[in-house]
Design a protein around this ligand. Structure first.
Ligand SMILES: Nc1nc2c(ncn2[C@@H]2O[C@H](COP(=O)(O)OP(=O)(O)O)[C@@H](O)[C@H]2O)c(=O)[nH]1
Ligand SMILES: [Mg+2]
Length: 424
């Protein structure tokens, strides 16, 4: 085996020189562009330098080495590593690789040099892939991520949406931002679970509200009492009673009594399990609906939550328990509240104070992550008008930064008009 370096003005010229000298017994390892001739750098010309070796065992294709130099000039370039030999015989790459490795192990200096060059290149490529430059996302993905974050969607929720976009959109389709955001809006809508009320309600229907202090439970109870007690959407007024377990906090009694007086609905106060059971039993005749307001407890106060759970057991297994949470709660706290109140086995969630925030991603994320449904939303302090049955459209049109085609969204997520609460 013999190494050679040939220089010429063009790659073809180099090859011709090599062929003249060695016939077909050569393997080219790499080539590079050089400056040739001239005097002290003046009058030099562009040329090519080819390095290779001659051998009776010709290595026809050192394919991975193709990485080590710029493309050879012109179409000849493709011949660089596939030189002579029998074109009819298919290449056995494994065989060739073994030969290269064997040559390198024998201490063949040119191969050693080339292999070390390949190793360096490989390291460079890997370094780039790992931490070199930050990976660039498609601008559509960046924009969607930005508006999801703007709307307070939780990080895992955002990640799910971005992953799904990557799965379902081709690179070409990603360029159509509007189409992508329309789909994302639809996915968000699909992730909102609406509570489906049981059609059959045994009398009296018992609804109880639990939730943290100050979220608006008592106000919501008053609103619900009005919806059902005054009647709406052509439904006959029901005979409604309110019960509260919150008779001791200063002002709490006065608050619910005031609502009771305005609506001419009786209010009862209970202290313990037996009390509650007795009161419900009293109402079992002729009463359509019992609304149970509870004392607000911090979800951290697990012992007191336990006591309240025991007390509410008096409502019986048929009672519908709802968890009230404020839309202004951040998504990590929401998730925690949803979890802490889990022992109550609440059927659905009532989102209060929707009027106090323009961001609802926190609510959508937390509920969808825990698989909880929404039944009502409240959007103000006015009793009874600031309460609505939850609709998907209501949440979607509240989202910031999305172009919402309301007609399209309403078509996609129709709400039952008859179900909606109407205040004349
Ligand atoms: N902005 C707004 N305030 C509300 C809403 N619901 C209740 N509130 C107010 O929140 C405060 C606490 O309400 P309350 O019913 O006593 O909460 P509770 O401790 O959960 O019973 C009161 O000032 C209510 O007027 C709502 O939907 N929007
Ligand atoms: Mg209260």
């Amino acid at each position: 085996m013999e190494y050679f370096i040939e220089q010429a003005l063009t790659y073809t010229e180099c090859l011709n020189k090599i062929r003249m000298k060695y016939g077909d017994r050569y393997t080219i390892l790499y080539h590079k562009n050089i400056r040739m001739g001239g005097f002290l750098g003046l009058f030099a010309k562009d040329g090519v330098e080819v390095t290779g070796f001659t051998s009776n065992n010709i290595i026809k294709n050192v394919n991975s080495l193709a990485l080590s130099s710029a493309s050879p000039p012109g179409p000849i370039g493709t011949q660089a590593f596939t030189t002579p030999a029998d074109p009819r015989k298919p290449l056995d790459f494994e065989e060739e690789k073994k030969k290269v490795i064997a040559a390198a192990n024998r201490g063949d200096p040119t191969l050693q040099m080339v292999l070390s060059e390949v190793r360096t290149l490989k390291e460079k490529i890997e370094a780039n892939a790992v931490g070199g430059s930050p990976s660039e996302e498609h601008p559509t993905l960046d924009r969607i991520e930005e508006i999801l974050t703007l709307n307070d969607f939780s990080p895992p929720y955002c990640q799910n949406v971005l992953d799904r976009i990557k799965r379902e959109f081709s690179l070409d389709a990603l360029n159509k931002y509007e189409a992508v955001q329309d789909r994302v809006l639809e996915w968000i809508g699909e992730s909102i679970i609406l509570y489906k009320e049981d059609k059959f309600q045994r009398r009296p229907r018992i609804m109880a509200l639990v939730g943290p202090t100050g979220v608006g439970k008592t106000t919501t109870i008053a609103k619900l009492a009005a919806i059902f007690g005054i009647g709406n959407s052509g439904r006959r007024p029901l005979s409604v009673r309110m019960i509260t377990t919150d008779a001791f906090r200063i002002g709490a009694k006065a608050q619910i009594e005031a609502y009771g007086n305005i609506m001419a609905l009786p209010v009862s106060y209970v202290e313990d399990y037996d009390d509650l059971k007795k009161t419900i039993a009293q109402y079992s005749d002729g009463v359509d609906m019992i609304l149970v307001d509870t004392i607000g407890k911090s979800p951290r106060d697990s012992v007191k939550l336990g006591e309240m759970k025991q007390l509410l057991d008096a409502c019986g297994t048929q009672a519908e328990l709802y968890l009230a949470v404020a839309a202004t709660t951040k998504s990590s706290d929401l998730k925690e509240i949803l979890r802490q109140f889990e022992p109550f086995n609440y059927r659905s969630v009532i989102i209060t104070k929707l009027d106090e925030t323009i961001r609802v991603g926190n609510v959508i994320s937390a509920l969808s992550e825990r698989g909880k449904s929404i039944s009502y939303i409240t959007d103000g302090q006015k009793v009874p008008s600031n309460i609505q049955k939850a609709t998907i459209v209501r949440f979607l049109i509240n989202l910031e930064g999305f172009h919402v085609n309301r007609a399209k969204i309403e078509g996609r997520f129709p709400s039952d008009e008859a179900e909606q609460i109407q205040w004349r």
